[in-house]
Write a protein that binds this ligand. Sequence first.
Ligand code: 5AD
Ligand code: SF4
Length: 387
Amino acid sequence: MSPKTYYIHTFGCQSNKSDSERIAGDYQARGYQSAKDWQTCDELVINTCAIRKSAEDRARAFLHKVATTARAAGRPKPKIIFTGCMLHHGKNKILEILSMVDEVLPVNEVGFNSPVVRKDKKHAWIPISAGCNSFCTYCIVPYSRGREQSRSFEEILAEVKILAESGYEEITLLGQNVNSWGLEKVGISLRKMLMERPDLELNHLPDNQSQYLKPKGTPPFVRLLRAVSAFPQIKLVRFMSSNPWDFHDELIAEIVANKKIDRYVHLPIQSGSNSVLKRMNRGYTRERYAEVVAKLRAGDPNVVIGTDIIVGFPGETEAEFQETLEFAQKMDWKVAFIAIYSPRPGTASWRLFSDDLPHTVKKHRWEILDQLINKNNLKAGNRPKVI
Ligand code: 5AD
Ligand code: SF4
C-alpha cells in the first residue's frame, strides 16, 4: 500500500507559514508523503487567517472549492483538517457551521519543537514566542493564538545551531511582539516569577503593556539577538514583529551596532493620531514612535522603516486621519501595509464601538495613504482633498 499523502494550504502571515512547516514535519514523521496539490491528497490541512473578515471569507471560499472540485471529479473529498486563527470561533462552532471540516487542530498544539519541513534552503523562520498579551482593541490574535508564551533560549539556540550547520545563512525570528520575548508574566505567579528571574523587575508601562516585566539590564531579546548572530554561518538576522512600547534603547543600540541584523525594521504604527492610538489601546503615542525611529536613523542612516496602518478605525474623524497623513510625511516609511478596519467578533473594539465609517470613506483614506507612502507620488502640498 502506498503511503498516505497530505497537503497544507496556508493563508495569512509568516507565523502561519512557519506553523505549516512544523505541521508538515509532523506528517512526515508519521510516514505521510507530501501530495503535489490539494486536488489529489488524502488529507488537506487548511491553515487559516482571521485578522480581517475578508481573510475568513477566503478560507470559506477555498473550502467550498475543494468540495465542489472533488464532487465534479467524482472523487471523495480529502479529509479536511482546519487550523490557524479561525479557531477563535471555537472547535464545536467550526465543526457545526463548516460541515466539510472533519477535524480541528488547535494552533497551540503545533509545538515549537516539532520536526520542520522547509522549502527554502537558505532562509529559515524560527518561532520564538506564541500568542499575544497586548489586546490591541481591534485584534483577534490574543483570542485566536492565546496567551503569550516565550520559547526557551536553549530551544531557539539549538534550532539555530542545526540550521547554521546545515547551510542556512538567514533567519527570521518570529513572534507577535518579539521585543517582549522573555518578559511576559502570564501563566506563573508574579512573586514566583520575580524570585526565579532576578534579571527582571516590575514594569510601569502604560495601559495594556503593563503585563510585561522590565529587564534590569540587557533585555532578553537583545541577548537572544547577540547569541543567534554569534554563529559565523548566519549572515542575516531578521525579526518580526516589533512594537513601539518596549523598543528599549538597548535594542536600538544592538540594531545599530550589529550589522548582521537586517537594516529593514518593521515597526507598526497603526495610526498617526494619539486619540485613535488610545482607542486602539496601543500604549504609546506618535511622539514615542517618532523617538524610536529618530534614534534608529541617527544610529545608522541606512536603517529603513516599514509599518502597518489601519484606516477607518471606529470614530476616526477627518482630523484624525489628517494627523496620520501628516505623520506619514514625517516618517518617510519605505513601505506600509495598509488595512481597512474590519470588526472582529469578540474583540474590544467590536464590543465597544460601532463600525461607523462608510466603506467609501475608508477606501478613499486607504487610497490616499497608499499613494502617499507606497506610490510615493503625493508629497506635501500635492494631496487630493479627502472626502
Ligand atoms: N482590521 C484591520 N486590520 C487589522 N489588523 C489587525 N487587526 C485588524 C482588524 N481588525 C492589521 C494590523 C496588524 C496587521 C497584521 O493587520 O495593521 O499590524
Ligand atoms: Fe494584535 Fe496588538 Fe498583539 Fe499585534 S500586539 S498581535 S496587533 S494584539
